[in-house]
Design a protein around this ligand. Sequence first.
Ligand code: ZN
Ligand code: ZN
Length: 172
Amino acid sequence: MTRKPAPGHVHPHGRSAFPGRLTLESLVAVLRGHGLRMTANRQALLRALLAADVPQSLEQLQAQAARFSPRDEAPDFATVFRMMTLLEELRLARKVHLGRPTSHYELTDSEHHRDHLVCTDCGQVTPLEGSCPVEKLEQRIAREHGYTQVTHSLEFFGRCGDCSSHAGAPGA
Ligand SMILES: [Zn+2]
Ligand SMILES: [Zn+2]
């Protein structure tokens, strides 16, 4: 974790509806508050989301959740879909567009915010380490336009090293 925010570091305009770092406990509390029964499968899904370091599709989350499930079983797709829809409505998660037909999701707190480098050939997604290059710009835009809850998604697309060498000279 190289992107650990300094203590007290809070985006002034807030990326997330939840004040502070998202944890399993905070997510469970918010979802319970919205009347969702927190089954083992749903908790496994939240653990998968918290553990992810790149945005996950619904299918990926479903598969990853099995790893965190006490009985090694994946939640059904409808469960994954409903929970991610609710998290998105609550602004606790958001869609990241990776140039693919399916949607990918990440949590919205600053601990999980990453910009990405995406290979257009093999689809490999690399989270960019270091501080977000447009964080200051985001704050300025929010201020100048009187917006709150401003977020952004910053993806760079290209061809990774492996794909470049298989395809011949880079740029060919
Ligand atoms: Zn590639
Ligand atoms: Zn960023």
